[in-house]
Design a protein around this ligand. Structure first.
Ligand SMILES: Cc1ncc(C[n+]2csc(CCOP(=O)(O)OP(=O)(O)O)c2C)c(N)n1
Ligand SMILES: [Mg+2]
Length: 304
């Protein structure tokens, strides 16, 4: 099915083995539409690699390199250096990686590549856990989400730590363009990916991608949930361009929908509502979400 307002060309073919309702598969379609034919994709191990390339088949209509779980940014560094040597610097080099690969195991490689200033775009399809290996928590998993390594129960609320703020960490590396995006807002995501690719040097987009299997959500609600993540402020959309913040959505604290609307739709948060409602935890999440948006908006006000 075409995505309204976006190029019709598809570089990620149907026939791949992603689950019904997979947000990451839609993320890849958006990324490759924005990238176009003149691109090389680097992919670490993770769901997208597994579902798109069961030997001897491939869903990719672009040159595609698979490495290990941890070293995608280093491979991309090598590819950019080789292209430079060949005088082919107009080719887009794009990493498409899961959050486990990005926030955790590949973080050293990512930091190194950003510090060295290679000309490539790194896009994390963030489904907020290690989904391919059975829903283990990652640095991107949000507070209170139940995963197989942070199971909720009498003694535990689920994950006890807040999501790592990787976008600001990468901005602090001096990247000229970092942004958040969601598969719920596809035109916004497409434009950001394009801008990231067109900006020289290392750039980053953290693209939220619903995972019905890991989040325990209805497969028909993937887009709705990815929109609600934004509209509740749990996952605000913003950019940092040459060190300055732009907040795209939500634009004010007043327009935030209650976080409960988002949490309630997902099995990974079911323990916050059943057998009884955990008012304290829901309030805590609500307050932190507000504080986070307030801080982003203050950055914009102060021109930071
Ligand atoms: C060094 C190493 N450790 C662990 C693994 C096993 N492994 C493969 S994919 C994966 C999880 C990937 O998680 P993420 O990057 O979030 O992608 P997703 O599966 O969620 O798409 C793990 C733990 C591996 N391949 N290599
Ligand atoms: Mg993941």
């Amino acid at each position: 099915m075409a995505i309204l307002g976006l190029p019709e060309e598809e570089y990620f073919s149907y026939g791949h083995r992603a689950c019904a309702g997979c947000g990451a598969a839609l993320a890849v379609r958006l990324i490759t539409k924005a990238a176009g034919r003149n691109s090389i994709i680097v992919e670490p191990t993770g769901c997208i690699e597994v579902v798109s390339t069961p030997y001897p088949e491939t869903a990719w209509k672009l040159p595609w390199v698979h490495g290990a779980f941890e070293n995608a940014a280093s491979i991309a560094s090598g590819v950019t250096s080789a292209l430079k040597h060949l005088g082919k610097e107009d080719v887009n080099v794009i990493v498409i990686a899961g959050d486990g690969a990005t926030y955790d195991i590949g973080f050293g490689h990512l930091s190194g590549a950003f510090e060295r200033g290679h000309n490539f775009t790194y896009i994390c399809y963030d489904n907020e856990a290690y989904m391919n290996t059975g829903i283990q928590r990652s640095g991107a998993t949000p507070y209170a989400a139940s995963t197989t390594t942070t199971p909720s129960g009498k003694e535990s609320i689920g994950k006890q730590e807040w999501k790592k703020d990787l976008v600001h960490i990468l901005a602090a590396h001096g990247s000229r363009y970092v942004a958040t995006a969601s598969i719920g807002y596809q035109i916004d995501a497409y434009k950001k990916i394009k801008r990231a690719i067109e900006t020289k040097g290392p750039t980053f987009v953290n693209l939220l991608a619903t995972c019905p299997t890991g989040w325990r959500t209805d497969i028909s609600k993937s887009i709705e949930i990815a929109k609600l993540a934004v509209d509740t402020g749990v996952f605000p959309l913003y950019e940092i361009v040459d060190g300055r913040h732009i907040v795209n959505r939500p634009k004010s604290i007043e327009e935030l929908k209650p976080v409960e609307e988002y949490l309630r739709m997902q099995g990974r948060y079911r323990h916050l509502f059943r057998p009884e409602r955990n008012e304290e935890a829901i309030n805590f999440i609500q307050q932190r979400v507000k504080e986070n948006l307030r801080s982003l908006l203050e950055h914009v006000e102060k021109g930071l």
